[in-house]
Write a protein that binds this ligand. Structure first.
Ligand code: NAP
Length: 270
């Protein structure tokens, strides 16, 4: 089985990546292949897994991810940095087991008439303005839904719902729901601009389109990436037909992960 290791630059991550690489090279039937891997192991945090996902973006349908965390337990990282040997044993016994999660498709039309861009996000996309308030019409399934004025909008996947979306008051959504969520960032509500004021959840049969007032100060982010300094005419968001796959050698229940990450030890305090 062909394996790629994708590590962040941290001292611990680099050491773990090198340890892992040696163990894989020693194992029969496992080999390192950074170009055409079947399994990608990210070493770092959730942010590292996001980078690994975009690095192997065009291979998403063919690969499965595994995350080793070198800091705290993450949403995409199941293995501790002390478990390299156990992970290699699981890789040797691999029988293709996997779990998959929804991704977000983003289609951007530019005001300069250039060709549209198509991107994909694992966590979310946000659309906001660097100076002043972002103004946009928001359409659901092609029908005008609201006139938005405020800091911006965050459109997230279920696994991204614990990231930026949570910070702006969005709900945490189990990744068993094939859905996307739109959460507002500091909307202004008055007689001209009236927004729904609460997060909304969109099924796979529907799309969200943002048609902003064209401005060079608008910024589109998707995970750690961004588009700026190019005026955007409209952006369409929908659930992707593609999904991200993880090798499922062990299973941490989603809500257990949420509890571990956000509630922590206080559960045991009396
Ligand atoms: P970063 O700004 O260095 O770190 C963002 C933090 O979000 C890290 O602690 C990261 O965990 C955590 N994170 C990433 N994905 C997560 C998920 N699905 N659920 C819960 N926490 C998650 O940026 P980064 O590490 O490159 O990650 C990019 C992400 O940062 C974006 O996709 C966005 O979700 C998030 N972000 C959040 C805010 C906010 O909450 N106000 C603002 C900007 C960006 P690790 O420490 O394990 O890497």
């Amino acid at each position: 089985m062909k394996i790629a290791i994708y590590s962040n630059d941290g001292e611990t991550s680099s050491r773990i990546a090198s340890e892992l690489s040696k163990e894989i090279e020693k194992a029969k039937d496992l080999e390192i292949d950074e170009l055409n891997p079947e399994i990608v192991i990210s070493v770092g945090g959730d942010g590292t897994l996001l980078s690994a996902f975009h690095h192997y973006d065009d291979l998403t349908d063919k690969i499965r991810f595994v995350g080793i965390h070198t800091g705290h337990l993450g949403f995409y990282t199941d293995w501790r940095d002390t478990e390299v040997t156990q992970l290699v044993e699981s890789l040797k016994r691999d029988n293709g087991q996997s779990v998959s999660y929804p991704l977000l498709d983003i289609e951007v039309d530019y005001a300069d008439g250039g060709l549209p861009d198509y991107m994909i996000a694992l966590n979310e996309a946000t659309f906001k303005k660097l100076f002043g308030t972002m103004v946009a019409k928001v359409y659901i399934k092609g029908e005008l839904f609201e006139n938005f004025r405020g800091d911006g909008l965050c459109i997230s996947t279920p696994t991204g719902s614990t990231a930026y979306n949570k910070s702006v008051g969005g709900a945490i959504i189990s990744p068993k729901f094939n859905s996307i969520q739109v959460a507002e960032m500091a909307s202004i509500n008055n007689r001209v601009f009236r927004t729904i004021g609460s997060p909304i959840i969109i099924p796979p049969t529907e799309s969200i389109t943002i048609v902003p007032e064209v401005s060079l100060h608008n910024v589109l982010t998707y995970d750690q990436l961004l588009i700026k300094d190019r005026p955007i005419k409209s952006i369409k968001f929908k659930i992707s037909k593609r999904r991200i796959y993880f090798a499922k050698y062990r299973h941490t229940h989603f809500w257990q992960r949420v509890s571990n990450s956000f509630i922590g030890d206080t559960l045991n305090d009396d």
